[in-house]
Ligand binder design. Structure first.
Ligand SMILES: [Zn+2]
Length: 648
């Protein structure tokens, strides 16, 4: 079908992306943006988010600024656009100042339609001044929930977006996110100072996904059991790096091909394992939550969670990687009795004592040789392991302190450790051909780079020493030496790959007595985390209500009927078939009586009681009690506070 001549969005979509139609919600968002309205789009991952701003960006002309926190996704998107011959650049703190200058020149000289920028760059005054000199037509905030302190992934650097709005008044803004509760959605709109925003959201319901919770004492056997009775690509999520390897090994020995993935692997290993899984050569990926972002594999059949994630937002996102192709798929959560305690302990671990946090800050600065009042806008490699060994810190607790320091605005810690090697040729073609006095090896490496990496004259290009080596008959060490030689001869600028995470200092080092971790960052966020953890526990352990409905309710969607697919709905159906009509009536009477007893019990405890106590006090079936309690909460007769049920 040919788009109508006046349908510019569709024509643009066809011309640059080759699609014949928009996917659900894309068109609404595109039109809203083209109308010049501030817009909030709630789109699930894999729903085709980027089209919603890239199409209007092309139509509006000028520059579209895209704020996004994930450096690796940023690079992917820029490469993607460049492949479609659309000019795009990115700016983030992981780049050298030289690389940033190159990007800046492209931007100011009109050589970029899209600018991807990480939020911490928005603090930089030179950058903000540059923006005044170019024609910005649209501001896009990706992963917009990161601006909300009440969301599960607050990133303080997102608060800098306010400055963009000051520098670029009246420019329409599009905020995009995949998961936001109603409170977080409201907060996004107000934090981004959106003017009478239009909101578009897709239902969070996934009709081909079956949510199952399985209580067990032997999780590893359950993983095997589930995988041996299903087929197709699968992911097993765990919370520890070591466990990824253990489980993958177990599965392999049991005849199910599996591979392990976590943030500590080298970039090459990650890529290799990911590709093999995407191609279907490895069936199961056993991974930490570092895996999955930006991977769009449609035919994942099963996602198993070995451990409880700390929030329903995370669970929904990770489980939702199953069944993107619309075919029947399973999201299985394995639980055991100790999981509740483990998850609740994470709240305490995430919020170590204030004094401890301040000490960590002081020691980091000493460790990196930054004295008081120094360090503003600098970036330092930071070896967390070595740091923890030096000061006898427990890594997990130290990491928690780093995150709180980040939220208080003292540091930006980046664990993304796979910065690949980059090269740009710094002389003209002519100068290069006339350059003499370089070794045969250097010449050979240079020749193969010119063949492999077009564009190397104008910008830093990601290169691979391995690729160059196989194309040039040099071994990797020779390639490395050759690149260093060319760098010394000032023919290229070579930035070898780095595997060390880094810290960026947005402010100069403070004196210890001025280091403050505010109530909003500490107490309030801790309370909200408790609430998230309790919602997760409720999902996992309360078998009284349809799993999907519980999830939807969390995201502000109300449904009357159960999904019919989750374990709760299935059990209920089985029950119904077994008992017949008279059985249902008898059971309803029983439940009505139990409901009365539950209310009576809660009335006698004005300060509330947790599930265990109620179960013990009523001496009835736990699932039935859970059903009564959840109904009382749903209908507003009772509430759940820090794990205790209280009568309203
Ligand atoms: Zn259900």
């Amino acid at each position: 079908m040919k788009p109508a001549a006046n349908d510019l969005p569709l024509a643009t979509l066809r011309r640059h992306w080759g699609y014949d139609s928009f996917r659900p919600l894309q068109r609404e968002i595109v039109d809203s943006v083209l109308d010049g309205r501030d817009t909030l789009g709630l789109m699930p991952t894999g729903g085709g988010k980027s089209v919603t701003f890239q199409v209007p960006g092309m139509i509006l002309g000028g520059v579209t600024i895209v704020v996004t926190p994930l450096i690796s996704l940023m690079k992917d998107q820029v490469d993607n656009l460049r492949r479609r011959r659309i000019k795009a650049v990115c700016l983030h703190s992981g780049m050298t100042s030289r690389e940033r200058n190159v990007a800046r020149e492209h931007l100011v000289n009109g050589n970029a339609r899209f600018l991807y920028v990480s939020p911490e760059r928005l603090r930089n005054q030179t950058f903000l001044d540059d923006l005044r000199r170019i024609k910005v037509k649209l501001i896009v905030v990706d992963e917009a929930h990161c601006i909300s302190q009440w969301g599960y992934d607050f990133r303080p650097s997102y608060l800098n977006i306010g400055r963009l709005r000051d520098v670029l008044p009246g420019i329409p803004l599009l905020a995009l996110t995949a998961t936001a509760t109603p409170e977080v959605a409201d907060d996004i709109c107000s934090q981004l100072r959106m003017n009478n925003p239009r909101r578009w959201s897709m239902s969070f319901s996934r009709t081909n996904l079956n949510y199952i919770v399985r209580r067990t004492d032997t999780k590893i056997h359950d993983v095997f059991h589930i995988l041996s009775r299903t087929s197709g690509s699968s992911i097993v999520y765990v919370r520890s790096r070591k466990r990824t390897a253990d489980i993958a090994e177990y599965l392999n020995s049991a005849g199910i091909s599996a591979s392990a993935y976590h943030a500590g692997l080298t970039a090459d290993h990650k890529e290799e394992r990911q590709n093999s899984w995407i191609a279907g050569q490895t069936r199961v990926m056993v991974a930490t939550n570092a895996f999955g972002m930006g991977i769009d594999k449609p035919d994942v059949r099963v996602v198993i969670h070995y451990d409880l994630p700390p929030s329903l937002e995370e669970y929904y996102q990770e489980a939702g990687r199953a069944g993107r192709d619309g075919l029947t798929s399973y999201a299985v959560l394995l639980t055991t009795d100790t999981d509740r305690g483990t998850l609740r302990r994470r709240v305490t671990e995430t919020f170590p004592e204030r004094e401890y946090i301040k000490k960590v800050y002081e020691r980091i600065c000493n460790f990196l040789h930054i004295s008081i009042d120094e360090g503003y806008d600098t970036i330092r490699d930071f070896d967390l392991e070595k740091f923890c060994l030096t000061f006898h810190y427990q890594q997990r607790q130290c990491l928690a302190a780093l995150h709180l320091l980040e939220q208080a605005g003292y540091i930006d810690f980046s664990e993304e450790s796979d910065r690949r090697s980059r090269v740009m040729i710094t002389v003209t073609r002519e100068e290069l051909y006339n350059a003499g006095g370089i070794t045969v090896e250097a010449e050979s490496a240079l020749r193969s780079m010119l063949r492999r990496y077009p564009g190397i004259f104008t910008d830093y290009i990601n290169i691979s020493e391995t690729e160059i080596s196989s194309a040039s008959m040099l071994d990797e060490q020779q390639v490395y030496d050759a690149l260093l030689e060319l760098n010394r001869a000032r023919l290229i600028s070579y930035i070898p790959r780095s595997r060390t995470p880094y810290i960026y200092f947005p402010t100069a080092r403070e004196e210890p007595r001025y280091v403050t971790i505010g109530k909003n960052i500490y107490e309030k966020r801790r309370d909200i985390m408790k609430h998230r953890v309790e919602s997760m526990i409720d999902y996992a352990f309360n078998a009284g209500k349809c799993r999907e409905n519980r999830m939807l309710a969390y995201f502000g969607e109300k449904k009357e009927c159960g999904c019919g697919r989750c374990d709760v709905c299935r059990d209920r159906n089985k029950d119904r078939q077994k008992r017949g009509i008279s059985g249902i009536m008898k059971r309803n009477q029983e439940l009505a009586m139990l409901m009365e007893r539950t209310v009576e019990f809660l009335r006698s405890r004005p300060r509330g009681a947790d599930f265990r106590i109620i179960e013990h006090g009523l001496d009835a079936n736990g699932q039935d009690i859970a059903l009564c309690l959840s109904q009382l909460c749903d209908e507003g007769f009772a509430r759940l506070e820090n794990g205790a049920y209280i009568l309203n």
